[in-house]
Each structure stands twice: as C-alpha cells, then as structure tokens.
Design a protein around this ligand. Structure first.
Ligand code: SAM
Length: 237
C-alpha cells in the first residue's frame, strides 16, 4: 500500500469534514451532484443491461463517502463499502442510514479483502486511478477478480489519458505529470497521486487479470477537466 498517497486522501477527507462537504464532487463545486454526470450516466446505462445482476451483493473498492455505492444499492443490492481512509469511512457511515450497507476500513489491494466474501457487483468508483504502483494495480484487479461471482460484473470508472495539456497547465497549482503519473507538490518534493494511463494500457491490465470486457466507453476531456475518463463493465471469462 502507498502510505503517503493514502495520507493525501485522509487529509482531503478531514478538510471535507471540517467544511461540512459530503463528497468529492461537492468539494469541487457545491453546484455539482454527488456523483459526476459521466459516472451517473454510465451507471444508469449499465444497470439496465440484461447481463447486469438484478440483486445480490455489491462492493465498492475505495468507496470514499459512498455516493456511488448508495446509488447502486438503491437498485436492490446489499452493499459493502471498503476504503483505507478512517475519516471517509466515518463520514460514509454518517451519510448512510440504509441498513443494507456496511463499511470496512481496509486496503483494497491487500489479500484480507477475501474475508468480505463474494460479490455480484464490484465497483471501482475512481479508486483505481489513485493506485499508482504497477504492483498494487495488479493486486487491486486480482482482488476484484477474486471476490467477483462467476456471472458478476466489475464496473471500472477511471481517469484516462490522453491529457489536455493546455487545460492542465491552466488549472495547475504546481502539479506535474511525468509520463502517466500526476504529482502534487508537498513539503518533501512531489507526491504521486494519480495514474492516468491510456485506454489500451488500462484495457490490457483488466484483461490480464482474467476479466472480459462487455462494455467500454471512453470520454474525452471536457470543459475545465483536463483528463479523459474510461468506463468499463467486465465479467469473468
Ligand atoms: C477519488 S476517491 C473516490 C471516492 C468515491 N468512490 C467517490 O466517488 O466519492 C478514491 C478513494 O479511494 C480510496 N483509496 C485509494 N487507495 C485505496 C486502497 N489501496 N485501499 C482502499 N481505499 C483506497 C481513497 O481513500 C479514496 O476514498
């Protein structure tokens, strides 16, 4: 696990808690919905597919304060939210009165995830791009495969290159991108916080983990956002 990157998330949630902000999207702008429009659209589409489970167990890996998990569970799933951040888990619990959703603080790249059992739906709601090291990304996807039921569906919603460099520089507050890694400045130099690979690389990572892609959508960078998005639904072979 990447301790320093996790501290960055923990810090961000502490700021959200202090400011009374419920989730990342609202931190970006109070006018935003809790789930960004692209992810919301993709989830709505996937949920109507005939291959999508109609009920069962769903888990979100890196659930944060859990707006995505709550949305999916409203459709008839029992949920588990897993996140490494203590503050995110406590905020998620506060925001989730539903009795059919529980939360676990854990590193989703660690093998202990198996103790949570098997799931019909495994969701990556923008966590995989926070897992920077290649070895940890392998573990993340291996875990997603392991805990997925045979006909289960893995949803991946992740940042994707190529980056709109002009827009990136316009927004930048000292961040830099070297190859496909986004770094933020900190007191010790630079901290790697995001892996923004191109579609081909992300697709290969998922396939190498033994998963078959059923549906994929690439969305170009739009507006002030310099990064593209890749949305994937996959299943076991
Ligand atoms: C960009 S946030 C997205 C949170 C949430 N899915 C949402 O949409 O609001 C990524 C989350 O992944 C969590 N995370 C990153 N690496 C993790 C790991 N190895 N194990 C568990 N959680 C992790 C972070 O703490 C953070 O809450």
């Amino acid at each position: 696990m990447d301790e320093k990157t996790h501290q960055y998330h923990e810090q961000a949630y502490k700021i959200m808690k202090q400011k009374g902000v419920c989730c990342w999207e609202k931190l970006l702008s109070p006018k935003n919905n809790e789930i960004d429009d692209q992810s919301h659209q993709f989830l709505k589409e996937v949920l109507t597919k005939k291959w999508f489970p109609k009920q069962g167990r769903a888990i979100e890996l890196g659930c944060g304060t859990a707006p995505i998990l709550r949305f999916v569970c409203e459709k008839g799933f029992d949920g588990v939210g897993a996140d490494i951040s203590k503050t995110a888990i406590s905020m998620a619990k506060q925001q989730t009165p539903a009795a059919n959703i529980r939360f676990e603080r854990m590193d989703v790249c660690a093998e202990e995830i198996e103790k949570l059992g098997k799931f019909d739906v495994v969701i990556d709601g923008h966590c995989l791009h926070c897992v920077v090291a290649a070895s940890n990304r392998k573990k993340f996807l291996k875990n997603a495969f392991r805990i997925l039921n045979q006909k289960g569906i893995l949803i991946i919603m992740t940042m994707c290159g190529t980056v709109n460099k002009k827009q990136f520089l316009k927004n930048s507050r000292g961040e830099k991108i070297v190859r496909d890694i986004l770094y933020i400045p900190n007191k010790n130099g630079f901290l790697p916080i995001r892996k923004i690979s191109v579609r081909k690389i992300i697709t290969e990572e998922i396939q190498k983990a033994g998963l078959s892609i059923l549906m994929a959508k690439y969305i170009n960078p739009v507006g002030k956002d310099p990064f593209g998005s890749l949305m994937i639904a996959a299943t076991k072979d």
